[in-house]
Design a protein around this ligand. Structure first.
Ligand SMILES: *Cc1c(COP(=O)(O)O)cnc(C)c1O
Length: 351
């Protein structure tokens, strides 16, 4: 049986997404989704959609949606690629920019999908370890065909100093994909580098700040030659009609996205302060989640105790670098109060 399957596929591990538990009482703080509703225009467009449209193939190159995105970032339609979630954008970058004997770089720890995407294409992985405080550190003789730079980083929630990022991308021989899934929650982003440097692509997603993880829409911005290469190799109809329509109206309604982000930032500040008071080491988050280290209590133990109380956070226990930490998505204020109350009873040992 197994000789029917490529050896590299037999050898690799598949990606394990965060669990999606069902149940009204579960406080789900494990996959960095947005707890607020997307734009009301999404509801309107869905009720206006003519089902006759669904019998036709969608626009293969998503022109109307790309116009809206190009307008948002002050660039041309040729600078925009849209995909079935930014996960598809990342996968296509490896297929478009990495030769069979090439390599894929990324920081460790960062988004755990990157090594799996490299394994799928059977290309070499060149992870670069972050330092003890999860800061930037790249050897001077380092090379790779494609580097995934997560900014803000996940799961650490930190941004990197732009004064370091800019010379790095300028001196880098390969393509740098700056994965900005959390940029709307951050005080800094690198979009200007995508529009000024020939080897830089910035990827964004509607899954987090726009509350639309369910429609699967990600996009990237970069020079038209790189974007053109991605269009050559994508699936013919990679973004379905409903998603194109929903994404278009959601992006046009920046006010709703901004208001939801603002609410999350306020809650994030409050929760970070409270966790510090409770004796946690809390990193300076620039995303919609907190990266924390419990002191005096093991991360795994806390994770299990929270879980018993129907509060699900994310624990990355299989890696030495991350097993002392928890990643906590910022939910609604009531959800976070429930989380903090439960946490307090656990920390105080009354549970
Ligand atoms: C959530 C996330 C993605 C995936 O986004 P989708 O558009 O939902 O595929 C990509 N990169 C990072 C760092 C993420 O956290």
């Amino acid at each position: 049986m197994s000789d029917l399957i490529r050896k590299s596929v037999q050898a690799m591990q598949g990606y394990v997404p965060g669990e999606q538990p069902k149940g009204a009482d579960v406080v789900k703080l494990n996959t960095n989704e947005n707890p607020y509703l997307p734009s009301a225009d999404v509801q309107d467009i869905l009720s206006m959609i003519d089902i006759a449209e669904l019998s036709r193939y969608p626009d293969p190159v998503c022109i109307e949606l790309r116009k809206v995105i190009a307008e948002l970032h002050g660039c041309e339609v040729d600078n925009i690629f849209v995909g079935n979630g930014s996960d598809e954008v990342l996968a296509l970058c490896i297929r478009a920019f990495v030769e069979r004997d090439g390599s894929v770089g990324y920081f460790d720890p960062s988004y755990s999908l990157y090594p799996i995407l490299a394994d799928i294409e059977d290309v070499e992985k060149r992870p670069v370890a972050l330092d003890a405080g999860f800061g930037w550190q790249i050897p001077s003789d380092y090379t790779a065909s494609l580097f995934f730079l997560t900014h803000p980083n996940a799961p650490t929630s930190l941004i990197y100093d732009k004064e370091n990022v800019e010379p790095f991308v300028k001196g880098f021989d390969g393509v740098v994909l700056i994965d900005e899934a959390y940029a709307d929650f951050s005080s800094q982003n690198c979009m200007d580098l995508a529009l000024s440097q020939n080897n830089v692509i910035v990827a964004r997603t509607l899954s987090k700040s726009y509350s639309l993880a369910g429609i699967r829409l990600g996009y990237c911005v970069g020079n038209s030659e790189l974007i053109g290469a991605m269009y050559k190799i994508k699936d013919s109809y990679n973004v379905n009609y409903l998603t194109q329509e929903v994404a278009r109206v959601a992006i046009l309604d920046q006010d709703t996205m901004r208001a939801n982000v603002q609410a999350i930032l306020e809650t994030r500040k409050l929760v970070a302060e409270k966790l510090s008071e409770l004796g946690f080491e809390v990193y300076d988050s620039q995303a919609n989640f907190l990266w924390v280290k419990p002191l005096g209590l093991k991360a795994k133990e806390l994770f299990d105790k929270l879980r018993k109380k129907d509060i699900i956070v994310r624990y990355f226990g299989s890696d030495e670098r991350t097993k002392g930490y928890l990643r906590i998505t910022i939910g609604t204020a009531p959800e976070m109060f429930k989380f903090l109350d439960t946490l307090e009873t656990i920390v105080n040992g009354s549970d």
